[in-house]
Design a protein around this ligand. Sequence first.
Ligand code: 13P
Ligand code: SF4
Length: 299
Amino acid sequence: MEKQIEKLKSEKNAVILAHYYAPEEAQKVADFVGDSFYLAKVAKKTSADIIVFCGVFFMGESAKILNPDKKVIMPDLSADCPMAHMVKPGIIEELRNTYEDLAVVCYINSTAELKCQSDVCVTSSNAVTIVKSLPNKNIFFIPDRNLGRFVAEQVPEKNIIINDGCCPIHAAITKEQLQKTKSEHPDALVLSHPECEPEILSLADYIGSTSDIIEYANKTDKKEFIICTEEGVKYKLISDNPKKKFYFVSPSPCCRDMKFNTLENILSALEKEDKVVEIDEATRKAALLPLDRMLECVK
Ligand code: 13P
Ligand code: SF4
């Protein structure tokens, strides 16, 4: 199946992008593997005619927003991120009426509809830098409460109002699970994604996006790590560091929707070109502004 994918990719001038949470088999056939920020930058720059996005819907949608003239396809269009929808209708307007200088900061894990109502997008690897750089005092951070709280702690000079959404996968990691894993591996450093709950972040030795976690593990001399994020990152961590040990809490955090990116689905999407990401032009243009602002802020 890998060979057929390779062949179709070159025949059709297609490029495959995969998030670190996609299954190992998808990461292996991908041309580019990375975190949300890296993949958004790759999607913006590519000269391919077709982008196959192995991620969840907001990622394919963002690639389409950035590349209106390219065909963006996904192995399974139903792969969704529940957090991307977790903002109460009307709340943005209500807060804009309350705070004159409000900036709506939108985690890229959000629908195009929400991006349209936002001033700037962020990802977990650039949220602190971007929020710090804004001239606005009052910020509404959507949709993730945990990343929002993490940013608020790093940028105390701002009034950050935090929306109450979360990633069900990261938020399900409990202190008890982590303490059990720590007791089994007392020498391991805890590396955590900021989407985890505060009780997990308070036990972490390092907090960062998936790319940041991988970079940290690659650079340090330490040999053992407990990774508090989705289990898909294990493939890259082990490939880069075959002599180091990586543990996850039990049960291992698994994003079901990311796992829809199977080889069968990638091949079928490339063959049929039927799983196409579509977005109406008015929505696309409005959602492009905060995405472009992010890419301008942190190159
Ligand atoms: P990053 O890709 O920014 O690490 O975010 C993780 C995530 O949950 C993507 O859905
Ligand atoms: Fe969404 Fe969480 Fe899955 Fe990331 S891991 S795509 S935030 S549900």
